[in-house]
Write a protein that binds this ligand. Structure first.
Ligand code: NDP
Length: 272
């Protein structure tokens, strides 16, 4: 059987084996997918050992996404743009790195939430790895505006400079949290503030009734960001759909077949 895994440290919490097992059962693909704890200083060796055992591909999570980007001999355009890799493919050409996080986010917004991005005003909070991966897939849907706000303003400004050259010049802007102007149709929290139960200090006026407020984090209970957004009239959505969709995109790259995510998302939600 073809073998896949997810590398991380820690990794015990990972839901990826459950998601890929469900995709494999649904599509009739013969594969095994497990989780591997790689030593913090031993990611590349762990990947090489897995390839030697016959591994066909892997997902990569915290803290190895930048190292995976360095390790890959070839990169997809979206992995180059993101500067990080969450999906590896091993074949006769060597190691190819991809980034499916942004595509997963966009698929969740457009397919699962049913919200078009085209022509909309979008606010991206955060400028770390997850935000960087989201910019190109968001731009591909031609929003009217994409404003990136970050605690460290220079990081958001660097992102705008990078993506201006990739078709975002008329659409992109950047700044700090306090000086965000106007309201938005879609607000995405790509900061890790929710992990510390903190709320980035942005003005509540970013929301209007019906704004889609998406937190990339997910859990049994809504995050502080989602509770705040809902109280301001926004429609809350957590990052579980993004997680399932980024996995579906990786599965498509490995197996050439796109799984139906709706049932898998529903069952993952029940298991939270
Ligand atoms: P990074 O560490 O790369 O980036 C963290 C970002 O959050 C930076 O922009 C940082 O700002 C900002 N930040 C951190 N703490 C605070 C705070 N207290 N207030 C305001 N801003 C803060 O993390 P990632 O980009 O990898 O992950 C971000 C989030 O996305 C995490 O919650 C992660 O779990 C989630 N995620 C979800 C996925 C999914 O499939 N659902 C996939 C990938 C990520 P600064 O630049 O100033 O340090």
């Amino acid at each position: 059987m073809d073998r896949y895994c997810v590398f991380g440290n820690p990794i015990a919490h990972s839901k990826s084996p459950d998601i890929h097992a469900a995709f494999a059962a649904q599509t009739g693909q013969q594969l095994v997918y497990d989780k591997r704890l790689a030593p913090v200083d031993g990611f590349a060796d762990a990947v090489r050992a897995f390839i030697a055992e016959g591994g066909k591909g892997a997902n990569v999570t915290v803290p190895f996404k930048l190292e995976a980007h360095k390790l890959a001999g070839a990169l997809t355009i979206r992995a180059q743009a993101a500067g990080a890799v969450n999906t590896l493919l091993f074949d006769e050409h060597g190691i190819t790195g991809d980034n499916t996080d942004g595509a997963g986010l966009v698929a969740d917004i457009t397919h699962n939430a049913g919200v078009a991005i085209t022509g909309k005003r979008v606010l991206l909070l955060g400028a770390g790895g997850a935000a960087r991966g989201a910019v190109l897939p968001l731009l591909e849907h031609r929003p009217q505006a994409l404003h990136i706000a970050n605690r460290t303003v220079a990081t958001a400004e660097a992102l705008v400079q990078q993506f201006a050259a990739l078709g975002g010049a008329d659409v992109l802007s950047a700044g700090g949290f306090a000086d965000i102007a106007g309201d938005f149709d879609i607000v995405i929290n790509a900061t890790s503030a929710s992990l510390q139960a903190a709320l980035p200090p942005f003005p509540p006026s970013v929301f209007h009734p019906g704004t889609l407020a998406l937190d990339m984090m997910y859990g049994k209970e809504p995050t502080v960001f989602l509770r705040f957004a809902e109280a301001e009239g926004a429609v809350p959505r957590d990052g579980l759909g993004m997680l399932v969709e980024q996995a579906a995109e990786a599965f498509l790259g490995w197996r050439g077949v796109r799984p139906d995510t709706a049932a898998v998302l529903q069952s993952m939600r029940q298991k939270l």
